[in-house]
Design a protein around this ligand. Structure first.
Ligand SMILES: [Zn+2]
Length: 64
């Protein structure tokens, strides 16, 4: 018997990367007046920002 491959099955993750503050910034990155890069997480959709001196994305609270 051939069972249909269900590709829409959700993949349970015990600890999503976003919960560990590891977000996946989108390719659309905008630069603020202060040189702060802003993007949006592709997984959870939260606002991200990165300082030019830092090489890590941080969540930007509830702004925007
Ligand atoms: Zn995220």
């Amino acid at each position: 018997m051939l069972a249909p491959s269900a590709t829409t099955a959700p993949r349970p993750e015990e600890q999503p990367p976003c919960a560990a503050d590891r977000h996946l910034p989108s390719h659309r990155i905008t630069v603020d007046n202060a040189g702060v890069q802003q993007s949006r997480c592709r997984r959870c959709g939260c606002e991200l920002r990165r300082l030019p001196t830092l090489r890590r994305w941080y969540r930007s609270g509830l702004m925007g």
